[in-house]
Design a protein around this ligand. Structure first.
Ligand code: ADP
Ligand code: ADP
Length: 215
């Protein structure tokens, strides 16, 4: 559903990605691992259509609106309740307010946040806020979910819980995932396939190595 081929990209004269190939199949959970500065965010930006590659191509078998994003910093509006935050995207998509709020409530329930819909973000724990942010993204029914270190701020136990729940949900919904992380162990534990993005021996020239691993 997503194919990146022969991607070459740099900022100005500085090369970052050179000859990167990457593929995400229907419903696949793929992880992209690399050290800080290796070009992970840059690659995500290209996939999201925010940056144009100098060479190479990105093929998506779905419209850009079917892309979901989850970043380290969540995008919850502080002056909106959890339910309203989840409903917001649905309203932007044209759902009437009442229907959007109903659907938002259903997603909060699926993420184990029953009874917390009326709380404002600052009245929620870090783990709960992450779940609200997830509900916000999943409510828009993405075909591919791009995540950039989404749970980095959570402690290890919470992170495992949230990630497990996320895995169950995306599997159930048939959503493909591209998870960017610098944690190889996490990637190996979660993903169907892992890509390693390396800096290479010389300055900022990266290569991606696909590795097939048993789940
Ligand atoms: P990662 O996400 O793996 O940490 P990035 O994709 O953010 O890596 O960055 C890759 C390289 O490109 C880094 O050396 C970074 O300094 C550089 N870089 C990122 N964004 C820009 C930009 N907008 N302008 C110039 N250089 C950038
Ligand atoms: P509505 O669509 O219901 O009128 P708004 O989003 O316009 O809601 O505003 C809801 C509340 O959030 C208001 O009290 C408003 O002052 C506050 N608010 C709106 N935008 C911001 C902002 N950028 N920063 C802080 N508060 C804001």
């Amino acid at each position: 559903m997503l194919e990146v081929r022969g991607l070459v990209l740099g900022y100005g004269a500085t090369p970052v990605l050179e000859g990167v190939d990457l593929r995400v199949g229907e419903g696949e959970f793929v992880s992209l691992v690399g050290p800080s500065g290796s070009g992970k965010s840059t690659l995500l930006r290209v996939i999201a259509g925010l940056l144009r590659p100098q060479v190479g191509e990105v093929r998506r078998a779905f419209p850009l609106e079917a892309l979901g994003f989850l970043f380290q910093e969540d995008a919850l509006l502080p002056w909106r309740t959890a339910r309203e935050n989840v409903a917001l995207g649905l309203r932007i998509r044209g759902l009437p307010r009442r229907k959007a709020l109903e659907e938002a409530e259903a997603w909060l329930r699926r993420l184990g946040l029953e009874g917390l819909g009326d709380r404002y973000p600052h009245q929620l724990s870090g783990g709960q806020r992450k779940r609200v942010a997830l509900a916000q993204v999943l409510a828009l029914r993405p075909r591919l979910l791009l995540m950039d270190e989404p749970f980095a701020s959570l402690d290890a136990i919470l992170r495992t819980q949230v990630t497990r729940d996320l895995l169950a949900l995306v599997e159930g919904e048939g959503i493909a995932v591209l998870l960017v992380t610098h944690d190889l162990e996490e990637a190996l534990a979660l993903a169907d396939r892992v890509y390693l993005l390396s800096k290479g021996p010389r300055a900022r020239i990266a290569e991606v190595y696909p590795v097939t691993l048993p789940r």
